[in-house]
Write a protein that binds this ligand. Sequence first.
Ligand code: SIN
Length: 493
Amino acid sequence: MTLILKRPNLIRTNNFINGQWQNSEQNAHYPVSNPATGEDFAQVANSTVKDAKEATDAAYQAFESWRTQPAKVRSQCLIRWHQLIIKNAEDLARIISYEQGKPLAEARGEVAYGASYVDWFASEALRTYGDIIPETVHGKKLMVVKEAVGVVAAITPWNFPLAMIARKIAPALAAGCTVVAKPAEDTPLTALALVALAEEAGIPAGVLNIITSSRDRVSEVVGVWLSDARVRKVTFTGSTAVGKILARESAATLKHLSLELGGNAPFIVFEDADLDAAVEGLIAAKFRNGGQTCVCPNRVYVHDSVYDDFADKLTKRVASLKVGPWDQADSQIGPMINDRAIEKIQRHVDDALTLGARLLTGGKRIQNDMATGPNYFAPTVLVDANHDMELARDETFGPVAPLFRFHSEQEVIEAANDTPFGLAGYFYSNDIKRVWRVSSKMQTGIVGINEGAIASETAPFGGVKESGYGREGSRYGLDDYMDTKYLCQGNLD
Ligand code: SIN
């Protein structure tokens, strides 16, 4: 399994600051490993406080010129970037698969998904309309304009190494902000390749800066941005625990925050649901990226009257999923990101089994002819799950579907909402009245109704409760990167 690219020069291992690819201040590196084999295959810059500060200086200096460009200029930069992403899609997909583990077909899907945000915000850049407020007294004009918030720090996760950074950088640049970015420690190469293409697209020096750092340096490097008053916004996708730290530490300078945090998504199958459609929806939502997404169903509630039938259909389907490395054409589930991820998944399964769950398929780490590396976990179905289990409270972030039994609509709504999190929720029902009733009661930012694939660049992505705030994508997505300024002009008569 080797990483062969049409353009090997898309592999970058240095920081990109003020239009220059440069090593970290201390010339230090850290290793990036391939989750399919557990082997290190690249070394990238291990940045310091000084690198983070240098990136901020560059972004701050570039801001005035970038924000005052005509919207069309910013839009055209994004259009060129989008074209280059599409042109280099196969290489980008391979880099994603190699450092993150997902099968190549899925990585190709991620490139298309991430690129769609760049395309979308290239157009939205042209639509940052303000308002004229009708006069209430003679001789005064009241107007509202939208302005870029300033320097944005974008901190992104490993599960979608391309899509998550694209959907933060694209609206920031469209709005007229400049960016300092730090990709996840495990998956820096995709983000660096994306920035190399942004450079080729002619995004001016200083407008987009990226630095990489190892896990043990993250807090000092990101800390520079949190305490610097010139950084006006932080946008982050990751855990709720880290989101709370970012919110706390950026409070001193009252930064704008977009936090797309952890979920604990319920997936409800009512007695009137189309069970085959619900099984397919659950496969799509739960097993995408091996279960490593914030919107993956974590708790599957099935009505008592269809429970056994649904469990049976689901188990057959899950047992047929092919687990293997990214470069095997029929792989559907790749390796988990690392050993810690596997340990957490196993802990959740073992805890559930101790507390009364029954295992219908999977349940443990696997190694076979296809899945030879250390990080593969068998797609799993558990029945008789209950709310005392750890997997009911905490995201498993792996290919495990625990089935909970319910008897009434009210009971299941209460159970579904019995969590501090509120990113996505799903339900299947063919009763139109129930569809409206349940949709309004779900305490989540996103609701999938008879649908497991909910993500789209045209729709607002984000949560409520401890899943964070802010929205990514859609016509709402640019607002998070803009301030509203009110202009009042008097003495006109
Ligand atoms: C996430 O897991 O954070 C994002 C998933 C998505 O965009 O669908």
